[in-house]
Design a protein around this ligand. Structure first.
Ligand code: NOJ
Ligand code: CA
Length: 678
C-alpha cells in the first residue's frame, strides 16, 4: 500500500517538473508519507501538507507585510522550480541521541510579483520522514534592497480542529515563556508560543516550530479565526519586526509529524535545518552534572547580595565544591558573586551589574583554582536583567576574565520583559544579541546555559557551546510560588512541548520537598513547594534532557540519603533515546542509553494520578545479563502529604524481562540498568 502510494507521488513529481511556469508542484518525503503541494491561485501562493494522503495543512498562504502598508502576498506567480535531495548522517558532540540522519527531498519554488516593484523570492521546502521545513529566500537585487518587515504572513491552516498544548504569547508581556501550559481545541487559541503541539482527531501529532533563527525575529502563532494560525513576529521597540536587506533567508518554519505521541521525541528536525558546527574541536564542551549556590536564594535562606546570609562567599562556595567533587559532579554554579545585587534591580528596573567586579567576600581566582584542583569547573553567572547595552559593553572582558581563571561554562539570565530600550525578548535585536554572546563565549572556550532566553531553534548544531537554556517554568517556581508552584502534571506536558525544541535547564533534584524553614516548620501543600515525590525528582534526570543537569538542592539535604546515589550515577550524554509510553499531561516513560556505554537509564513520571506500567526491556542487548537498580515510590508515598519515601531495590534482568512499575500520585520511578559483572 505504502509502496503504491510512493510511486503515485513520484509520478506526480515527474509530471510536474519540466514546465517553467506551473500552478501546482509537489515534494514528498523519501518514505513518500509526507507530501507538500505548492499552488498558485487567485494571485496568492499556498502550500499544503498531506500525510498518508490525508490533509494535515490545507492550502496555507505565504507572504510578508512591510512598513507603510506594503504587503507581498498577492499578484504572485510561480516562475520555476528546482529539486534536490540529501542523505547525510553525522554525530553530535553531545545530545539526547548521538547520530542524526538528515534524509530529505527538497523543492525550491521561485515566485515573482507580477506588478511593481516586481520582487522575486523563493520558498524552499524540505520533506523529511519526521515532518517538513520551509523558508523564504531572497537573492541579491530581487527588488528588495533595505526593508522593514512588519510581519511574516505565513499561514498554518490546520485541516482538523486539533487539540493544542500551548502557552500564551498575547499577554502584555508576550515573550514570557514561564507560564503553565493549557490545552484545548485549536479554534479557541489566541496567540501562542512555539513549539506548539497539536493532536488531530485522526491521531496525527503535529508540532509547529522554527529552526535556525539567526538574524530575524522570533515567531509566535496567532489564530486568525477557525483553524488557521498565522505567524506573527516579535518586535523592536518601534513596532518593526525585521530590519534587513537582500540577500536574506528567513528561519525555517517546521511542522513535525508523527503517528504516536511517543514518536515526537527525540525531536531532531531543527538540528537538520541548522548549519554544521562552527567549532572544529568540541572536546572542551563537556556535558556535566553540577550543583550551585542557588536554591538557598530561591527559598530565602541565602541572599544574592552581601550581608549575613550572602551565599557566594569563598568559604560557602568551597563547601559546595567539596560536595561536588566528592560526588562526581562536574561543576559548581555561583550566583551573587558580582557587584550589583545590592540594588533592588528587580523592583526598580535599574540594574547596574558589573560582570568583572566580585564582592569582597568572594575570591574569584582562588575559588576557580580550588575547583580546578578538584577536577571541577566553577560555573560563572551573568544576570543581565535585560539591560543589554551595559552587558554587551562588558561582554568581552567578562568572558575573558572567566577564561583567564579557568571557567568553562557560564549561566546567563534575562529577567525582565522588554530590554532597556523596549525591544521584545524574542525580537531580532535580542536574537542578534544572543548570537553575539554565543560567538564571544565560544572564542573564550565557554559553554552557555541561558535563562529567560530566546527559544531554542537548534543553535547547538552550529554552536555546540550553546548547551542548555530555560524557556519554560523550571524548578524555581516551586520555591517562590507563582500559582502555588508547578502542578504535578507540569513535566508530563513539558516533555511533549517545550522539550521538543531542545535541552532545558530545569534544575531537578530537590530532596527536601517540604522545604524545611529556619523555624523547623515545613511548608504546607498549599504553599509553594515541589509537588512531586522524591522518586519523581530522580526520574526527571532521565525524562527532561539537559547536557547540564543540576543537582539543585542544598548539599546538606543530600547528606545521608541513599537515593542520592542515582544522581551520582545518572548519565548526561546519550547514545539513544526511546519513549516507551506517553500521554501528554498524564505520564511519560523514557529509556536512554548512555553514550559510549552499555548502561541504560529509565525515567517514568506521572501527574497527580498514581499509575502502573509494565515495560518490556526489549531494548537491552539480547543474551546479556544486567542489574536493574530501581528507585521507586515507597509505601504510602504521594506528592501531597508523603513525598519522601523511596524504595531502592535491585534485580537481575535481561532483554526478555519486564519491569512492573508502580508510580504514586505525583510520583515517578528512576532505574539504572548496568551490565552484570561477568
Ligand atoms: C532567574 C533564573 O531562572 C534563576 O535561575 C536565577 O537564579 C535568577 N533569575 C537570578 O539570576
Ligand atoms: Ca527563570
Amino acid at each position: 500500500m505504502e509502496r503504491r502510494f510512493r510511486s503515485l507521488v513520484l509520478g506526480a513529481i515527474l509530471a510536474a517538473s519540466p514546465a517553467a511556469a506551473q500552478d501546482e508542484v509537489r515534494v514528498a518525503s523519501p518514505d513518500g508519507r509526507n507530501v507538500v503541494t505548492v499552488t498558485a491561485r487567485d494571485g496568492g501562493v499556498f502550500y499544503s501538507v498531506r500525510r498518508d494522503g490525508k490533509p494535515v495543512l490545507l492550502p496555507s498562504r505565504l507572504g510578508f507585510a512591510f512598513r507603510g502598508g506594503d504587503s507581498l502576498r498577492s499578484a504572485l506567480r510561480i516562475t520555476g522550480t528546482r529539486r534536490d535531495s540529501a542523505d547525510v548522517t553525522w554525530t553530535q558532540p553531545w545530545g539526547e541521541v548521538a547520530r542524526v540522519r538528515d534524509h530529505h527531498n527538497e523543492l525550491r519554488v521561485q515566485v515573482a510579483e507580477g506588478r511593481a516593484p516586481n520582487r522575486r523570492f523563493a520558498v524552499v521546502f524540505r520533506a523529511f520522514q519526521d515532518g517538513i521545513g520551509f523558508r523564504y529566500e531572497v537573492a541579491d537585487s530581487a527588488g528588495f534592497r533595505d526593508f522593514e518587515m512588519m510581519d511574516e504572513l505565513t499561514e498554518f491552516a490546520l485541516a482538523d480542529n486539533a487539540r493544542a498544548w500551548w502557552i500564551p504569547a498575547n499577554r502584555p508581556e508576550p515573550d514570557r515563556q514561564e507560564i503553565l501550559y493549557s490545552s484545548g481545541p485549536l479554534s479557541r487559541l489566541d496567540t501562542v508560543h512555539t513549539p506548539l503541539t497539536l493532536q488531530t482527531s485522526g491521531g496525527v501529532q503535529v508540532v509547529i516550530h522554527e529552526a535556525n533563527l539567526v538574524d530575524y525575529a522570533g515567531m509566535y502563532l496567532a489564530n486568525t479565526g477557525g483553524r488557521t494560525l498565522r505567524s506573527t513576529l516579535a518586535r523592536w521597540a518601534d513596532g518593526v519586526a525585521v530590519r534587513g536587506r537582500a540577500p536574506f533567508v528567513t528561519p525555517w518554519r517546521t511542522v513535525q509529524l508523527a503517528d504516536r505521541v511517543e514518536d515526537l521525541a527525540p525531536s531532531v528536525l531543527t538540528l537538520k535545518l541548522n548549519p554544521p558546527s562552527q567549532i572544529a574541536d568540541t572536546r572542551w564542551i563537556r556535558p556535566m552534572k553540577y550543583n550551585g549556590v542557588w536554591w538557598g536564594m530561591h527559598i530565602g535562606t541565602e541572599t544574592w547580595g552581601p550581608g549575613p546570609r550572602h551565599g557566594a562567599t569563598t568559604a560557602n562556595v568551597k563547601r559546595y565544591m567539596d560536595f561536588a567533587a566528592a560526588n562526581g559532579l562536574g561543576g559548581t554554579l555561583v550566583e551573587g558573586w558580582n557587584t550589583g545585587w545590592e540594588i533592588d534591580w528587580f523592583n526598580t528596573g535599574k540594574a547596574r551589574f558589573s560582570f568583572t567586579q566580585s564582592y569582597p567576600d568572594f575570591d574569584l581566582p582562588g575559588v576557580a583554582a580550588y575547583a580546578r584542583q578538584r577536577g571541577l569547573t566553577l560555573i560563572g553567572h551573568h544576570e543581565t536583567a535585560t539591560m543589554i547595552e551595559p552587558y554587551e559593553r562588558q561582554l568581552d572582558s567578562a568572558m575573558a576574565l572567566y577564561q583567564r581563571v579557568g571557567v568553562s561554562a557560564v549561566k546567563t539570565g534575562y529577567v525582565g520583559d522588554l530590554t532597556e530600550h523596549g525591544h521584545a525578548h524574542q525580537s531580532q535585536y535580542m536574537v542578534r544579541h544572543h548570537r553575539r554572546v554565543i560567538e564571544t563565549a565560544a572564542r573564550h572556550g565557554i559553554a552557555l546555559d541561558v535563562h529567560e532566553p530566546v527559544k531554542d531553534t537548534g543553535e547547538r548544531r552550529t554552536w555546540p557551546n550553546m548547551m542548555s537554556r530555560e524557556a519554560s517554568r523550571g524548578m524555581e517556581y516551586n520555591a517562590w510560588g507563582g500559582e502555588g508552584g508547578n502542578p504535578p502534571e507540569h513535566e508530563t506536558i513539558l516533555f511533549f512541548t517545550r522539550m521538543l525544541a531542545g535541552p532545558m535547564d530545569f534544575t531537578p533534584g530537590i530532596f527536601d520537598l517540604l522545604i524545611q524553614r529556619p523555624t523547623g516548620k515545613p511548608r504546607t501543600p498549599e504553599e509553594a513547594r515541589p509537588r512531586t515525590t522524591l522518586a519523581k525528582q530522580l526520574a526527571l534526570y532521565v525524562v527532561l534532557y539537559s547536557p547540564l543537569q543540576m543537582a539543585a538542592d542544598l548539599p546538606e539535604n543530600y547528606q545521608g540519603q541513599p537515593a542520592f546515589q542515582f544522581i551520582r550515577d545518572v548519565a548526561v550524554d546519550w547514545d539513544t533515546t526511546r519513549v516507551l509510553e506517553g500521554e501528554i499531561g498524564d505520564y511519560v516513560v523514557v529509556a536512554r542509553r548512555e553514550r559510549g556505554k552499555e548502561n541504560w537509564f529509565v525515567g517514568a513520571i506521572t501527574d497527580e494520578e498514581g499509575r502502573n506500567f509494565d515495560v518490556p526491556l526489549a531494548f537491552l542487548a539480547p543474551g546479556r545479563r544486567y542489574v536493574a537498580e530501581v528507585y521507586a515510590d515507597g509505601p504510602g508515598a504521594n506528592w501531597r502529604d508523603n513525598p519522601l519515601p523511596v524504595a531502592i531495590t535491585r534485580r537481575e534482568v535481561t532483554s526478555t524481562s519486564r519491569l512492573r512499575m508502580v508510580l504514586a500520585p505525583g510520583g515517578g520511578q528512576a532505574i539504572r540498568i548496568r551490565p552484570a559483572a561477568r
